[in-house]
Design a protein around this ligand. Sequence first.
Ligand SMILES: Nc1ncnc2c1ncn2[C@@H]1O[C@H](COP(=O)(O)OP(=O)(O)OP(=O)(O)O)[C@@H](O)[C@H]1O
Ligand SMILES: [Mg+2]
Length: 520
Amino acid sequence: MTGRGSHGTGRRPVAGERGADVPSRNRLATAGWTGSPYRGLGLRPQIVLSLAVLMGAILGLLALGVHALVPVGVRREVSEARLAMAETLARDLARRHADPASARAALREALAAPEVDGVAVWDRDAGLVAAGTPPAARPFPAARSPSFHAARREADGTATVLVEPSPDRAGSAAVRVHAGRVGAPLRALEALLLGYLGLTALAVVVFGYISLTRLIVRPLDRLTRAARRLGDGREVEPVAATGGREIVELTETFNAMAREVVGQRRELEQQVAHLERLNRELARAQEQVVRSAKLASVGRLAAGVAHEIGNPLTVMLGFFDVLETLEPMPPAAREHLRTMRQEAERVNRTIRDLLDYARANPEPVEALAAAEVIDGTVALLAPQKPFRSIEIQVTVPSDLPPVRANRDRLRQVLVNLLLNAADAIGPERPGTVELRADTAALPDGRSAVRIRIADNGPGVPPELLDAIFDPFVTTKAPGAGTGLGLSVCEGIIEGLGGTIRAFNRPEGGACFEIMLPAAD
Ligand SMILES: Nc1ncnc2c1ncn2[C@@H]1O[C@H](COP(=O)(O)OP(=O)(O)OP(=O)(O)O)[C@@H](O)[C@H]1O
Ligand SMILES: [Mg+2]
């Protein structure tokens, strides 16, 4: 653990955030990712917007250029062409001055052209033969004007061309045309150019959008998604490092950081799990210490009380023997005497149990064949009343290693457990008690003998499982049990360096398991 921890991904809490209430792991997961205050435009619309503004500016400048420059050249060309056309028309009209009908016909025809704004034909004496203008035009001067010669351009953009009389043309004619007004053709050209520019701009925007998206936006999207997963504490696959050099560098840096974060997170989780395990062990050890202290004080108290009660009781029991021999005695008195003796014996049994439980001096142990003790105990109990309807099945392998124990104490343990099993099964129904022994290993690896006593009774009430080895824990009626049997068993087994535990079998019934280190 390097101690770098969560600083890298943390974000300073924004005012009003409730980060302080969130457990640290969740805070790590949510900070900076889901609650970002920045909600601006995404890269895609920004790219489109920037390209559109750029292309709009370029298009505007080009359009301005087209609009300002094209007409200058075009107007000059058009103006010259129209003046030449006017001169041709005028020559034709002048030639027809002698035939007024033909002149009028040619005049009408000339006026049909949109560029022509007025026509006049004079005979050789400068007499007006015919004159005309398009409907909305200003009237054409009836007299020939010297200024017509110069084909001067008027303020309204018209110019008048005059063809003078000459030897071959006896008449004269003037034609006024729109020299400067270029009109529709130029607008069409401008529209065409602008359309072309517009399409080019659109193509540039689309191409720019696609390539910038592919080069920048998508890699960033991939990184953002991976960063979110990392922030949420989920598994992160390395992000594919493709694209421009900077993007590849960024992606590789991110992948390295993600590896580091995931590694540190795993390390942290392992440490947390380890600490939790230690905590549990500590709690168990504490429980054990408290229990041992409790049992020790109960034991001392019990030993004291048992000693003080035991002596007078022995005397009382001796006098019962004497009293019972007295004759004659009324039957009722004899009955009372019997009851008194029974109760005194019960007190005596309880005191013996208490003394067993509190026994301070370890008793001598020897290497024993467990099979022998088991067989002896079963032979002793099987014929007795509680086991009349109970079958005891014994399974002990012949190669069971010996254990170091005190024979009487080990037998006492087995008797207690077998009697408990018989009590649990009850006198009414037939039952089975399985007594199995085999070889097993202790947690520290030493070889041990495992003895299991399992019955098909109702099992230990689950709420009692944790407490049944405590003294005075019993479900039996007052007088039927003291609740000391199992605590005595535990004391004996632990005194031999072994363990005893109880559990309920899935198929029903309780099972008590003893582990005793094998004698080496
Ligand atoms: N095989 C078993 N099946 C079900 N419950 C059991 C079994 N063995 C023990 N118990 C439960 O554990 C309790 C404690 O047993 P323990 O032997 O310590 O005391 P006891 O049998 O009640 O009294 P005694 O001191 O006379 O032995 C019992 O009262 C019973 O409720
Ligand atoms: Mg008991």
